[in-house]
Write a protein that binds this ligand. Structure first.
Ligand SMILES: [Zn+2]
Length: 137
């Protein structure tokens, strides 16, 4: 009887602690990955903690994942030109910030990153279709 109660009480705690450990290790991995600078001022804050990636990379990830799901559900295809047009705002915003002409804010970084994430998926879709056409698979 005591064993059953212990199991019922400790099983969710173990799963919870395992999930926390998994998230902590992902957080450490993302912070150490050379993909993003993770400057705290450029990251979103949730419950007084900075997200492991910056606002722009959060936008790129969110735009990429959501457009991948959205495009496949509704079977949407866009042209190469659309991907270039969607990538331009991030190139301008990031470029001007890099050259110290403007100081961007996190909302603008997220929005331009979101467009660039969508552009990446559109570009990848078109490249895949182009390669399939040439290889006759
Ligand atoms: Zn970043």
């Amino acid at each position: 009887m005591m064993l059953q109660i212990n199991f019922a009480v400790t099983a969710p705690m173990n799963l919870r602690s395992q999930m926390i450990n998994l998230l902590k290790s992902m957080n450490i991995w993302l912070r150490q990955a050379p993909l993003c600078h993770s400057i705290p001022e450029r990251c979103f804050v949730y419950k007084n903690r900075h997200l492991p990636i910056c606002a722009r990379c959060t936008g790129i990830l969110f735009g990429g994942i959501s457009s991948l799901i959205f495009f496949n559900i509704f079977n949407l295809n866009f042209s190469f030109q659309t991907s270039f047009v969607l990538a331009v705002p991030m190139i301008i915003d990031g470029g001007l910030q890099y050259l110290n002409y403007i100081i961007s804010n996190n909302n603008r970084r997220f929005l331009t990153g979101l467009f660039c994430g969508i552009a990446t998926i559109i570009f990848s879709q078109n490249m895949t279709l182009l390669l399939l056409r040439f290889t006759n698979i």
